[in-house]
Design a binder for this molecule. Structure first.
Ligand SMILES: NC(=O)c1ccc[n+]([C@@H]2O[C@H](COP(=O)([O-])OP(=O)(O)OC[C@H]3O[C@@H](n4cnc5c(N)ncnc54)[C@H](OP(=O)(O)O)[C@@H]3O)[C@@H](O)[C@H]2O)c1
Length: 325
């Protein structure tokens, strides 16, 4: 099969389109013919091995899994003996173990959900990382309730475009923070108000927000707290584009619980958990029309390096998706 692989950490130049064997499949796994794969900042982290702390998970000298990509949508072609849920021919989406930038990938069946027929493979591949992170940020970490004021920073991006819509569907009044070219997109997702961060800072209206979902990752915690109500919740989803040192932009996630001890505000880092129930909940929201994945640019599999270069510029609109013929 064709796959996007790498032997060493580095820029997108280290990626190679190669012919390799199909991945082996365990008893509790299915083999999926990949039709679309999500491109997200985690792919960049695994490709570059930065910030360096990420190498503890991905491999010290080189990535342990040679094929890039985690999120996929596709068709089951074989199922292990312990798989009770899926059969060959089923259309699924979720995360895989062996790299989704490939014609085939193996995935634990508990990390997959059935793809609704009305959802395209491209839309489905956008959900597993970004949609799930947004859902867990809005529903679990911030526990958003109807009538609350919610700010989403990075509102046009992969996570943000889901978070705006999920907060709206939860009955919140939503302010989206984005660059000037994205205001119309963010309003079309349901945002009641938009802040162009190149002209105004997020604390422009004082302590107003019950919850802030920050996916952009570059603002000091003190600045974000100035925009929160006295008992508001800050959810830090992103690390921004500082990949230097051991932790890059993720030092805020470490400082947040400490700072929480000295204020009634709740400051929490978010680590997305891969759960089939959440994929299913997002599929229901999408089928009901309450949520529409924003598929931004799509690239064919062999142009994966260009897709990652575009992502690394830091300003994608919606999700970047690879299509696999
Ligand atoms: N916590 C978790 O479990 C988890 C899971 C997945 C991803 N992440 C992390 O979450 C972050 C966001 O992921 P993503 O997929 O949403 O990334 P993305 O698709 O690249 O979106 C980031 C958005 O931030 C906006 N942005 C850039 N600079 C900004 C600034 N100064 N102020 C406000 N917005 C700014 C960009 O658009 P414009 O500037 O054009 O508006 C872009 O749309 C990444 O750091 C990623 O590693 C965390």
């Amino acid at each position: 099969m064709k796959a996007i692989t790498q032997k060493v950490y580095g820029s997108a130049d280290v990626l190679e389109l190669r012919d390799i064997d199909r991945p082996p499949m365990g008893d509790d796994e299915v083999l999926v013919q990949v039709r679309a794969a999500g491109v997200d900042p985690g792919v960049w982290v695994c490709m570059t091995g930065r910030p360096y702390a990420a190498r503890a998970a991905f491999g010290l000298r080189a990535p342990r899994v040679a094929v890039r990509g985690l999120a996929l949508a596709g068709v089951v072609t074989a199922a292990g003996s312990g798989v009770t849920r899926f059969r060959p021919g089923d259309e699924v989406f979720g995360t895989c173990r062996t790299g989704s930038f490939a014609e085939y990938a193996t995935a634990r069946w508990t990390r997959l959900a059935a793809k609704p027929p009305g959802m395209s493979f491209e839309q489905a591949a956008s959900v597993p990382i970004s949609g799930v992170t947004a859902l867990q940020g809005v529903r679990d970490a911030a526990a958003v309730r109807p009538g609350q004021r919610v700010m989403v920073i990075g509102a046009a991006g992969g996570i943000g475009s889901f978070a705006v819509q999920i907060a709206k569907a939860s009955g919140a009044r939503v302010t989206g923070v984005c660059g000037p070219s994205k205001a119309d997109l963010v309003r079309s997702l349901g945002a009641d108000d938009v802040i162009d961060y190149t002209r105004e800072e997020v604390d422009r209206d004082g302590p107003r927000y019950d919850a802030i979902i920050d996916t952009a990752g570059c603002r000091p915690l003190s600045l974000l707290c100035r925009a929160l109500t006295a008992r508001g919740t800050l959810v830090l989803a992103g690390g921004g584009h500082d990949a230097g040192g051991l932790l890059g932009g993720y030092t805020r996630q470490l400082r947040a619980p400490l700072m929480s001890m000295f204020t009634a505000r709740r400051l929490r880092g978010l680590v997305c958990k891969e759960r089939a129930e959440d994929l299913e909940e997002l599929a229901r929201l999408i089928e009901s029309g309450a949520l529409t994945p924003v598929v931004g640019r799509t690239y064919p599999l062999h142009d994966a390096a260009d897709a990652i270069r575009h992502l690394a510029q830091g300003h994608p609109a919606g999700k970047i998706i690879l299509t696999v013929p």
